[in-house]
Write a protein that binds this ligand. Structure first.
Ligand code: PLP
Length: 373
């Protein structure tokens, strides 16, 4: 280990946080939170200040994603992991299909497989670093995949499945993709995420943009007599969200910080502008990696290389842990690969909050460090 290498200050990024979640959170948002003083934190979530905040975030998300008429923004507590259970309880009628091409897509598939009230799901697997394509199958009433597979840095298109049964839903885990990848919400029935990745906030909540068909499905299952624990009950979450509330106490600071980031995103020019930013960052990162003698993009298909989470395989002569130690000692944090993938790799988040100039600076730092190891 050589963590005593000192990267020259002029090479360093202005902000050294490149983690894929929790991700870089602008310090100005924390200042804005502190400035709310006694007005928000520590007050009842059933009263106007917190309810206005929920209403504000709903309106901001609607503006950012411009969903078709009738789509609703629904909130709940517990993050995206809780939402997988919400969906197995309340959105899958009988059988789902899961595209499994990494850890996160795998976890939802595992939840659906374990649910005794559902038929065993159809699984379509892709090797890590590649995509899997949905296959229309009769009897499948929900198709599930991730907009961005955070464990591998693969992004997937969001589009309806040709030939699927009438009424089959498309459920997209956009936990790391939302806000940084282009999307047409008409192509999905449930586009769900948590605020600690693309929205530069903290964890603890799930957010779902739901189509009228998804809401109708949730209500139909809710009325069917299926046992659903209250915490995972989707009709309850829908009903509360309509009143700018959550069923149980929300993470208020998380909502506030997300609202600040959404304000910044909308002022920047909305989704088109945030995607231009992630595109600039990822062009820089992959362009550099393709020229680099000791690193290369892990995802071989350029069209599947994520704009928001870049994975780079390293030459076997280089030890990623050694690089990470030097980076960390120099204030550059969390470029770790997803552990379970088990590769000699760096993984770099390029969410909208990350400055494309800082990605360029990171590549210069990496060159400098590897020259000296
Ligand atoms: C991080 C992540 C999750 C898990 O989110 P939590 O809020 O921690 O439960 C799920 N799916 C994807 C694609 C993720 O990146």
């Amino acid at each position: 280990m050589s963590p005593d290498l000192r990267i020259p200050a002029e090479l360093l990024p202005r902000d050294g946080r490149f983690g894929s979640g929790p991700s870089k959170l602008p310090v100005s948002h924390l200042d804005a939170l502190a400035a709310t003083g006694t007005a928000l934190m520590g007050t009842s979530h059933r009263q106007q200040p917190v309810r206005s905040l929920v209403g504000q975030v709903k309106a901001q998300l609607t503006e950012l994603f411009s969903p078709p008429d009738g789509y609703e923004v629904v909130f709940g507590v517990g993050g995206s992991t809780a939402f997988w259970d919400v969906a197995t309880y309340g959105l899958v009628a009988e059988r789902s299909q899961h595209l499994v091409y990494g850890e996160f897509t795998g976890k939802f598939a595992t939840a659906a497989t374990a649910a005794p009230w559902l038929a065993d799901p159809s699984l379509v697997r892709g090797q890590p670093g590649t995509l899997a394509q949905p296959r229309a199958e009769s009897g499948v009433d929900a198709y599930a995949w991730a907009h961005n597979e955070t464990s591998t840095g693969v992004m997937a298109p969001v589009r309806r499945v040709d030939g699927a049964d009438h009424g089959a839903l498309v459920l997209v885990d956009a936990t790391s993709g939302a806000g940084g990848l282009p999307v047409d919400l008409a192509q999905a029935d449930c586009y769900y995420f948590a605020p600690q990745k693309g929205f530069a906030s903290d964890g603890g909540l799930w957010v779902a943009l739901m189509s009228p068909a998804a809401i109708e499905r949730a209500q139909r299952i809710g009325a069917s007599g299926r046992y659903v624990p209250a915490f995972f009950d989707l009709p309850t979450a829908i009903e509360n969200s309509r009143k700018d509330q959550t069923y149980n106490t929300p993470a208020v600071a998380t909502l506030f910080l997300m609202g600040e980031q959404l304000r910044w995103m909308l002022e920047l020019g909305g989704l088109e502008a945030t995607v231009a930013r992630t595109r600039a960052s990822s062009d820089t990162l992959y362009g550099w990696a393709e020229r680099c003698a000791w690193a290369r993009p892990f995802v071989s298909d350029p069209a599947a290389r994520s704009l928001v989470v870049g994975t780079l395989d390293l030459d076997e002569t280089i030890d990623y842990e050694e690089i990470l130690a030097v980076l960390r000692a120099n204030g550059i944090l969390d470029c770790d690969p997803y552990r379970k993938l088990g590769r000699n790799q760096l993984r770099i988040a390029m969410f909208p909050a990350v400055d494309p100039d800082d990605i360029a600076a990171l590549t210069r730092c990496l060159d400098w460090v590897v020259d000296r190891l």
